[in-house]
Design a binder for this molecule. Structure first.
Ligand code: MG
Length: 156
């Protein structure tokens, strides 16, 4: 099993790119790629589970090729590397910590999009939203965090 975590700062703007979809919002995430904090956490969980390092190693942010890059591509590339070692995804569970917006209205959409990107079923994907209780970087709307655990099974 693997654990992934990521944090990205937010700034005024929008839409909010999260979980591979664009959510209408008055803030957006800042980063070298498209800054999709949830996809980055999932990518790191997958790479961690297969002991393949991390997203920064696979896609260095010093590389101009990754600027503004679609994080779905990076997730697919990580998954390809994991599958090449004989692993398949059993399930994953994710938490997104954001003071705003509420995640619930977008939960099914994001789960479906994640399933499409990863070639699995939405039923294999848990997704929960938490606020920052108005304290800390998340609560003050300075950042959004995401966490993911993923379980892999050997195809051998
Ligand atoms: Mg990131």
């Amino acid at each position: 099993m693997g654990l992934g975590h990521d944090t990205h700062r937010i700034r005024p703007g929008g839409p909010l790119r999260l979980g591979g979809i664009d959510i209408p919002h008055d803030r957006e995430l800042i980063g070298h790629s498209d800054a999709d904090v949830l996809l980055h956490a999932i990518t790191d969980a997958l790479l961690g589970a297969a002991a393949l390092g991390d997203i920064g190693q696979m896609f260095p942010d010093t590389d101009l090729a990754h600027r503004g890059r679609d994080s779905a591509e990076m997730l697919r590339a990580a998954l390809d590397a994991v599958r090449a070692l004989g692993w398949r995804v059993v399930n994953l569970d994710c938490v997104v910590c954001a003071q705003r917006p509420k995640l619930l209205p977008y939960r099914q959409l994001i789960r479906q999009r994640l399933a499409d990107i990863m070639g699995i079923e939405p039923e294999q994907i848990g997704l929960k939203g938490k606020t920052g209780e108005s304290v800390g970087p998340v609560g003050r709307e300075e950042a959004i965090e995401a966490m993911c655990v993923v379980l892999l099974a050997s195809e051998m």
